[in-house]
Design a protein around this ligand. Sequence first.
Ligand code: PHB
Length: 399
Amino acid sequence: MTFTRRNLIALAATVSVGASLAGLGAPLQARAADDTVKIGFIEPMTGPFASTGIEALAGAKQYIADHGDTVAGKKIQLIVKDDTGSPNDTKRIAQELVVNEGANVLMGFGLTPLAFATAPIATQAKVPMIVTSAATSSITEKSPYATRTSFTLPQAASVMGQWAAKNGIKSVVTLVSDYAPGKDAQDWFVKTFEKNGGKVKEQLTVPLKNPDFSPFLQRVADDKPDAVFVFVPAGVGSQFMKQFKERGLSDAGIKLIGTGDVVDDQILNDMGDVALGVVSAHHYTAALQTDANQTFVKAFEKANNGMRPNFMAVGAYDGMAMVYHALEKTNGDASGPKLMEAIKGLKWESPRGPVMIDPKTRDIVQNIYIDKTQKVDGQLYNVPIETVKDVKDPAKAAK
Ligand code: PHB
């Protein structure tokens, strides 16, 4: 190998990260060729959560298709990596992207544990980490370089808790996946539902991996609440709905409410009529009737063989919007500290509506829609029936 300038920089960076990870040396620095901004995009592209990565990557690519691959004189390069949903892999890949490839930005993170695993790398490398998928509130507290374009479970669940109590639902059993975002969803639903006069009969947690919902649904049937509040991560809703139907809960008159994850737009149409009437709270629905969203939905479906954009797609679309707007502000300076300063307080118009990055928390402020699953022209959609505007992450406001 001949030692070009670039090789030497990469080598120096490798040495410094090796040393600093061992607690010995200078902090690691990311470098990219001056005319290119490299975005290390890490998502599960295979494995049980591949649907998230596939939607997210399509969303990021749609942004480039809509806005070009150059901003503030810099060429944007996406470097896509599959972490298969394993935190150790995410961390290793993030490190390699920063050290060997000179990534200026890390983006993606399909599940909370993957984002948690990467936060120390972002801090040490001073590289912005844009979370476009994962949604546990505390992620953005794990690194001053973490920011987010997805949502937080407390944002959606608190709106649902309030709505349920005010709309005739008196008793609820909660049923969530047993990991950090499930706990966030459960805690914030319970808190707001009870504050508004509702009664929570039982709080159930279901394993994240290979979940069998049947025994839990039997418990719900025995408790006879007015409604069951559900959080399962994107992609898992189909399995839940199938078992919900098989157990006869909808026939027993138990309503299904949740954050919008359970009626994820990518798989909604295949769920069948059991999904009709589900009420959910979320920051995105493909059924949003704005020009910006309808243009986005049409272009996305055309580019992806009819696949409908879901909230993971819009999260990554906006992750790219964040990079573009920040680079415009820094005049193309892609150093981590400059980008982070530019990101704080950014505002833009997303397909989901107006969004803002809270300069204090680096988390997204956005509308939360109450959606009712209905048939429109023979297809299932989560149709917005109410909008709560400019919702901040309540978990951080409470601290
Ligand atoms: C997460 O792990 O943070 C997560 C994953 C999928 C979702 C929501 C949250 O739909």
